[in-house]
Design a protein around this ligand. Structure first.
Ligand code: FE2
Length: 283
């Protein structure tokens, strides 16, 4: 008798077990055995938000965020318009990607730190853990571009120093503002929700950057996995934030704190890109 697992074993175990489990737990089951924390949240054109109590707040928030993005578009879009114009030299692109890499590299941790404030809320806890796991490896995809496309060596990428005084350790686009600290204390779901909510701009900026890198700079598809992946994955990540906001942001003070925190986060994000841009243009 052999104790080796065969391909047939894998096929039968996965198909049959998933079928059985789906009959008792109506959630999406991944091959690794984990569940999507909210049923349907990964479906194309999912509309599962509209019945939730703070859905109108979410809608107004998306409008507000659109205006914020529009008001400083080139920075909010991670300098995509500059790349579309072919404005960056190879060396400037390297410096900018190193700057951005440091944020990507810390991102799973930026997300996961929120889990300790949300241990009592099972679905939020699970959304955080799933989100964090899905960001794992994205910085390696970004490093692939810097190695294969920009000719860097991987250790050089990992150890590179960011532009300006940005400290990656301060967290994603700066540490917590007083509003985020207050949210963390009284509305911990929302101090997490701001993280996936701001990802809503990423599919567009990454699609623009991917296309610009092809057209203006001649990079091949095989080098652009990081940008192509983000042309869709953050559609789902925004939904993690949108779901939590629609369900939990019913309190007036929570809504006001969230708006201020969002404005602050968008400002930090834009300034980070803007400062990096001017610094590398001055080189
Ligand atoms: Fe994401």
């Amino acid at each position: 008798m052999s104790y080796s697992i065969t391909e047939e074993d894998e096929k039968i175990a996965r198909e049959q077990t998933q079928k059985k489990l789906r009959a008792v737990v109506s959630r999406e089951l991944l091959p690794n055995g984990s569940y999507a924390p909210v049923p349907g949240i990964f479906d194309i054109a999912w509309k599962g938000l509209s019945e939730l109590p703070a859905y109108d707040f979410l809608k107004s928030l998306r409008e507000l965020d659109n205006d914020i993005i529009k008001s400083r578009e080139q920075w909010a879009l991670r300098c995509a318009p500059m790349l579309e114009r072919g404005e960056f030299t190879f060396e400037q692109m390297k410096a900018f990607e190193i700057h951005a890499f440091k944020f990507t590299d810390l991102y799973p941790i930026t997300i996961a730190r929120n889990v300790f404030d949300n241990l009592k809320n099972r679905e939020v806890r699970d959304l955080i853990l799933r989100h964090s796991a899905e960001e794992m490896g994205h910085s390696e995809l970004q490093a692939d571009f810097m190695v294969d496309g920009l000719g860097m060596n991987r250790l050089e990428v990992w150890d590179a120093v960011q532009l300006g005084n940005s400290s990656g350790r301060a967290g994603f686009f700066g540490g917590d503002s007083s509003e985020v600290t207050e949210l963390r204390k009284d509305f911990p779901e929302l101090s997490y929700a701001i993280v996936p909510f701001i990802e809503r701009v990423v599919p567009r900026s990454m699609r623009m950057i991917g296309n610009a890198l092809r057209k203006q700079y001649g990079f091949k598809d095989s080098m652009l996995g990081f940008f192509d992946l983000h042309s869709y994955i953050d559609i789902y990540h925004e939904r993690f934030g949108a779901y939590i906001l629609s369900k939990y942001a019913t309190d007036k003070r929570a809504q006001e704190l969230f708006i201020t925190a969002l404005e602050e986060r968008r400002k930090n994000e834009a300034e980070s890109h803007m400062n990096a841009y001017y610094e590398l243009k001055a080189k």
